[in-house]
Design a protein around this ligand. Sequence first.
Ligand code: GSH
Length: 205
Amino acid sequence: MKVYGHPMSTCTRKVLTVLAEKGHEAQLVVIDLGKGEQKQPEHLARHPFGVIPVLEDEDFKLYESRAIIRYLDQKLPGPSLTPTELRAKALMDQWLSVEQSYVSGPAIKILYQRVLLPMRGQQGDESLVASAKADLAKALDVIDKALAGQEYLAGSTYSLADISWMPYMQCLAVTKVEDLINDRPNVAAWWKRVSARPAWVKVSS
Ligand SMILES: N[C@@H](CCC(=O)N[C@@H](CS)C(=O)NCC(=O)O)C(=O)O
């Protein structure tokens, strides 16, 4: 198996975390976003939207990180990352959707303003950071409530939902808005728990 991605990319990290949880090695083919390799014809042939990650499993190609992690979880042996109980599985899907709809966008916006623009010698716009932070605060209030009395987003089982949120939680630390996590006791306890998992430590260090 090959993963076309970048070790620092949030979406690639979801895929690498699932592979690590499953104990499966895949070849990471690094696409250099700094050089714009994701927009070159060679990569556009793999991913028509010119982003990463892409999974190649023999003659099968798949893009979109949330589709890839679902595929890998079903395909590979190792611990299941999808609850079997109907309602827990439905909650996993709900939190995956919440992450996609309300979390990844503002988290990446902050990363762009606070890290990527300064890396290019440009100043970020703190008013955009403030509005993205407010959006994230709303989403984190929602999971803080949901996590009261349960260990993981889908209930008692660590799942793809937790994995899909984790790279964005790490983004908050990197962009110096970790108060969004620390001010919410259930989110903070959950983040401490999930970020200590060996698979995540391996992928994120
Ligand atoms: N919905 C896509 C988003 C992919 C995405 O935005 N990837 C980022 C890296 S995390 C990327 O390739 N950015 C480069 C660009 O937008 O040109 C997924 O979940 O795979």
